[in-house]
Ligand binder design. Structure first.
Ligand code: TPP
Ligand code: MG
Length: 558
C-alpha cells in the first residue's frame, strides 16, 4: 500500500506538476523520501523564501501552478512573504508544508506553527489535512482554487503522520465546486450600455492591467484597442499587453508613469479598465482620481470592483469571454471619431521631458540592455528605483515578458524568481535586474543558479543606497538619509566569483562602450553578473507624490 507521501506526489503528477521548489526538514521528510522515481523534479533552493519566489517565477512565466515545499515551523514561516506576494499579484501557487504529528498539534511541539491560521488572510484556500483519506480530494481542490477565477495562493498543511501512513489508493480525485462559478456578465445588454457610453464620450481612455494578460485574451484585447483607437496605458503588470509601437499607447500609468498617461487618465470622461484593481500606485490620491470619468470595469473578481470609486458599468467575468463578446458588438457600430482627443493626449506637447539629471546614465544603460535582448526574453526586476526605471524603459510586446513584485513590492524577489523562470523556459533569455539592497535579501540563491548552471543574466544597479527610500527621504524628509546608506556593500563581483559565477562591473563613465560589454554579457551561455555603478543620488521621475492627484506629477529639477 502506498504511503501518504507517495499519494501526494501521485496527485501532484495528476495535476500536471513535474517541477517543485523546496527545502527539507523533519516534518516533511516522508515526502522527500518518496521523491525519487515519482516523476516530480525537486529543486533545492538555499532558503524557503527562495523556493516560494522561484515557484512564483515559474508560475508567472508559464501561467501554470507553481509549487513550493517546506517543513513545519521556520520552514513554513519562511514561505509567508511569497504567499502574500502571490495573493497580491494573482499568481497560482500551491504551498505544501509539513506539520508536526497530529496528536502533538496544539502542544507547542518542536517546530510547531499554526500555518493554517498564520496564512488564512493571505490564501485563496487552505487546509490542514486531518485524515489520510482526504489527501486526493484536498490536492484536487487546492489546485482548483489556485487556478480558478482570479488565480492565487493555496496552502496545504500535512501532519507528518499523514505522510507516513499507508492507504489503499484508488487514484487522484477531481474537484467540481458545489456552487457554480458566476456566469460572465457578457450578455448583449452590457454591450449595448457600453456602446452608448462610448457614443457619448468625448475623452475615452483604456487602462490595461494584469488581468488582461492572465486571461490569455491579449490578441482579442489588441484587436479591440485597435478598433477603439483611444489613448491607452498600462499598469506595471499590464506592460507587454499592448505593443508600445501602437499609435494610441502612452506607456505606464501611475506613480512613476508617463506624463501623457497620467494626464489622459486625469482628464478622461470614460475610463475602460481591463483587469486592474486600481490600487493607489495607479490612481494617485484615490479621492481625486479621474474626477470626471465614468468607469467601465472588466474584471473576473467581483471583490475588486468599486474599491476606489463605484464603477458605472461592471463587466464581471473572464476577460477571455467578455472582451471577444464586446469586440463582436463594437465591430458592428460606428463609434465616434476621437481624433482630436487622441491627438491632444498623445501629441508631442505631452511627450516626455528630456532625460536630464543624475539618472541619465543608468537609463541609457537600461535602454541599451533592454534594446539588445532577443525577442521573447523575460525581464525580472526586484523592488525599488531600478524596478521603476526598468518598467519605464521596457519596450517589448511580450505578455509574460515583464515580471515584478508589483502588489506586495517584496525585495529579494528577483533572483529566485529568475531561477524559476529560467527552469520553466530553458531556451529563453532571462534577465534579472536587482538593486544592491534587494540582491542581498536572497543572495544565497546564487548557489542554486550555479549548481543548475542556469544561464540567467544578472544585473545589479548599484547605487549604494536603499535608493527608493532614499529618494523619498530626499524629497519628503529633508534629505535625512536615515539608515539607507549601503556604502559598505560587499564587492558583488568578488561574491559572484566565490559562487563560481562570472562577473564584471560597468561604471557610469564607461557608458559609451556599454553596448560592447552588454553584447558579451548577453551572448554567454553561462550565468553572468554585471554590476552597474549608478549615481547614489539618482532619482526616478516623473513622480506622483503620495497623496497627490495624477495631474500633480513632479519632474527632475533642472
Ligand atoms: C522586504 C522589503 N523590505 C523593505 C522594503 C521597502 N523598500 C522599498 S524599495 C527599498 C529600497 C530598495 O533598495 P535597492 O534594492 O538597493 O533598490 P534601489 O531602490 O536602490 O534601486 C526598500 C527598502 C520592501 N519593499 N521590501
Ligand atoms: Mg540600491
Amino acid at each position: 500500500m502506498p504511503r501518504g507521501a507517495e499519494i501526494v506526489l501521485r496527485c501532484l503528477r495528476a495535476e500536471g506538476v513535474d517541477l517543485v521548489f523546496g527545502y527539507p526538514g523533519g516534518a516533511i521528510m516522508p515526502l522527500y523520501d518518496a521523491l525519487e522515481g515519482s516523476g516530480v523534479r525537486h529543486i533545492l533552493t538555499r532558503h524557503e523564501q527562495g523556493a516560494v519566489f522561484a515557484a512564483e517565477g515559474y508560475a508567472r512565466v508559464t501561467g501554470r501552478v507553481g509549487v513550493a515545499i517546506a517543513t513545519s515551523g521556520p520552514g513554513a514561516t519562511n514561505l509567508v512573504t511569497g504567499i502574500a506576494d502571490a495573493k497580491m499579484d494573482s499568481v497560482p501557487l500551491v504551498c505544501i508544508t509539513g506539520q508536526v504529528r497530529s496528536p502533538l498539534i496544539g502542544t507547542d511541539a518542536f517546530q510547531e506553527t499554526d500555518v493554517f491560521g498564520l496564512t488564512l488572510s493571505l490564501t485563496k484556500w487552505s487546509r490542514l489535512v486531518r485524515s489520510i483519506e482526504e489527501i486526493p480530494e484536498v490536492i484536487a481542490q487546492g489546485f482548483y482554487w489556485a487556478r480558478s477565477g482570479r488565480p492565487g495562493p493555496v496552502v496545504l498543511d500535512f501532519p507528518v503522520d499523514m505522510l507516513k501512513a499507508p492507504m489503499e489508493f484508488e487514484g487522484p480525485a477531481t474537484f467540481t465546486p458545489s456552487v457554480k462559478p458566476r456566469e460572465p456578465y457578457a450578455d448583449s445588454a452590457f454591450c449595448e450600455t457600453l456602446i452608448a457610453l462610448l457614443e457619448q464620450a468625448k475623452k475615452p481612455v483604456a487602462l490595461v492591467g494584469a488581468g488582461a494578460k492572465l486571461s490569455g485574451a491579449v490578441p482579442e484585447l489588441r484587436r479591440l484597442l485597435d478598433r477603439l483607437n483611444v489613448p491607452t496605458f498600462a499598469t506595471v503588470h499590464g506592460l507587454g499587453a499592448v505593443p508600445p509601437s501602437a499609435p494610441y499607447y502612452l506607456g505606464m500609468v501611475g506613480m512613476h508613469g508617463t506624463r501623457a498617461a497620467n494626464m489622459a487618465l486625469h482628464e478622461t470622461d470614460l475610463l475602460l479598465v481591463f483587469g486592474a484593481r486600481l490600487d493607489d500606485r495607479v490612481t494617485g490620491e484615490p479621492m481625486r482620481f479621474a474626477p470626471n470619468a465614468r468607469i467601465v470595469h472588466f474584471e473576473i473578481d467581483p471583490a475588486q470592483l468599486d474599491r476606489v470609486r463605484q464603477c458605472d458599468l461592471p463587466v464581471i467575468g473572464d476577460l477571455a469571454e467578455t472582451i471577444p463578446a464586446f469586440l463582436q458588438e463594437a465591430g458592428k457600430v460606428d463609434l465616434p471619431d476621437w481624433n482630436g482627443w487622441r491627438a491632444a493626449a498623445c501629441g508631442p506637447e505631452r511627450g516626455e521631458p528630456d532625460m536630464k539629471g543624475l539618472a541619465q546614465p543608468t537609463i541609457r544603460f537600461l535602454d541599451v540592455l533592454l534594446g539588445r535582448l532577443p525577442d521573447n526574453s523575460v525581464v525580472i526586476t526586484d523592488v525599488g528605483q531600478h524596478q521603476m526605471w526598468a518598467a519605464q524603459r521596457y519596450r517589448s510586446a511580450s505578455p509574460r515578458g515583464f515580471i515584478t513584485s508589483g502588489g506586495l513590492g517584496a525585495m529579494g524577489f528577483a533572483l529566485p524568481a529568475a531561477v524559476g523562470a529560467q527552469l520553466a523556459k530553458p531556451g529563453t533569455c532571462v534577465l534579472c535586474i536587482s538593486g544592491d539592497g534587494g540582491f542581498q535579501m536572497n543572495i544565497q540563491e546564487l548557489a542554486t543558479v550555479r549548481r543548475l548552471g542556469l544561464p540567467i543574466k544578472l544585473v545589479i544597479i548599484d547605487n549604494k543606497y536603499l535608493g527608493m527610500v532614499r529618494q523619498w527621504q530626499q524629497l519628503f524628509y529633508q534629505r535625512n538619509y536615515a539608515e539607507t546608506d549601503l556604502s559598505d556593500n560587499p564587492d558583488f563581483v568578488e561574491i559572484a566569483k566565490a559562487y563560481k559565477i562570472h562577473a564584471g562591473r560597468l561604471g557610469e563613465e564607461q557608458i559609451d562602450r556599454a553596448g560592447e560589454t552588454i553584447e558579451q554579457f548577453l551572448r554567454s551561455s553561462e550565468p553572468e553578473l554585471l554590476v552597474f555603478d549608478c549615481h547614489p543620488e539618482a532619482n526616478v521621475f516623473p513622480m506622483v507624490p503620495s497623496g497627490a492627484a495624477l495631474s500633480e506629477m513632479v519632474f527632475e529639477e533642472e
